[in-house]
Ligand binder design. Structure first.
Ligand code: NDP
Length: 286
């Protein structure tokens, strides 16, 4: 008789709220496509239960898990170590069990972004304008800097967060950065190569919200990237398309950060097309 293994490898997500998080759909699609005996469990975990949730994952031998809002920073104290970029970013979205059983925090948000962007343009030597200075912006800025962006102009509504991120880029990465306060229509410098929205502007349900940019300054040779994954086609990307710019949507970023996570856990490079199809069926059913 054939020896059957009924013990699957476990992964999942801890977040609150968890109901709208589509990661489970795309990760399980990849597991199934590659016939991996792996599971991904979407868990709603409140801040006061985060510590126990991580202990539970350890106790059950989970191979790893994702953390999303509001746990990306809080989870760090429950882990055994951090990867290099997660350490600089100061936030973790992917936890990986090492060969010795340690739980190491990584951040794949920025790397997923860079991988998606690289399908359209080479970040090396680029001049970047980055809108936003929150968690997503930090991850994107740090990884863009390590991917070879030369200069990043951080544009943010609140000065404090914007200046903090600018300082972080200058002190901890190979890139230079300047801060610009965002009040009114922001004029893009003429030498800009890549324009990035890492704010929550345009995120469902505020799907008609547009960034305050002086659109006369957006030229067709600039690449525009939006971190918003729902909906994938935002007002920013629609304007970019009208101007003849190449663009990257947040769904591509989400898929690639998920694929990097799966690679950490399983060692397998999954077919991102399968993950993309799974998400597209959810967000653009028509
Ligand atoms: P944060 O709350 O940490 O940061 C939000 C940022 O948006 C801040 O810079 C904030 O500015 C700015 N902002 C929000 N509303 C406005 C507004 N009306 N006008 C000007 N600025 C505004 O959020 P995150 O960084 O965690 O997430 C940002 C977005 O990135 C989310 O929509 C999220 O869905 C997306 N994301 C996408 C991922 C993907 O894989 N596609 C991964 C992670 C995040 P201020 O400092 O002034 O408040």
């Amino acid at each position: 008789p054939m020896k059957i293994n009924f013990l699957s490898n476990l992964t999942g997500s801890f977040a609150m709220p968890a109901m709208e998080n589509p990661t489970v759909a795309m990760v399980e699609a990849a597991y199934q496509h590659h016939q991996l005996d792996w599971r991904y469990i979407n868990c709603e975990v409140s801040p006061e239960h985060l510590k126990d949730a991580v202990r539970g994952a350890r106790a059950m031998g989970w191979a790893g898990f994702n953390c999303s809002i509001p746990h990306k920073v809080a989870v760090i104290e429950h882990l055994d170590g951090l990867g290099q970029s997660a350490e600089i970013i100061g936030a973790v979205n992917t936890i990986v069990r090492s060969a010795t059983g340690d739980y190491i925090g990584e951040n794949t948000d920025g790397r997923g972004f860079v991988t998606a962007l690289t399908e359209v343009t080479d970040p090396r030597g680029s001049q970047v304008v980055l809108f936003g200075a929150g968690g997503a912006a930090r991850a994107v800025a740090v990884e863009m800097a390590f991917a070879g962006a030369v200069h990043i102009t951080v544009v943010n509504r609140s000065r404090k967060r914007g200046e903090e991120l600018t300082r972080l880029i200058c002190e901890k990465t190979p890139a230079t950065a300047t801060f610009a306060i965002w009040d009114g229509d922001f004029p893009l410098p003429a030498d800009t190569d890549i324009v990035i929205n890492a704010t929550s502007i345009g995120l469902y349900p505020n799907i008609d919200q547009q960034l305050d940019i002086d659109w006369e300054t957006l030229s067709a040779d600039m690449v525009v990237a939006d971190g918003i994954h729902n909906p994938p086609m935002t007002p920013l990307l629609r304007t970019a398309q009208q101007k003849g710019c190449q663009f990257v949507n947040g769904q591509q970023m989400l898929v690639h950060q998920g694929a990097i996570g799966i690679h950490y856990w399983t060692g397998i490079t999954v077919d991102t097309g399968v993950m993309h199809t799974a998400l597209s069926q959810l967000f653009n059913p028509e």
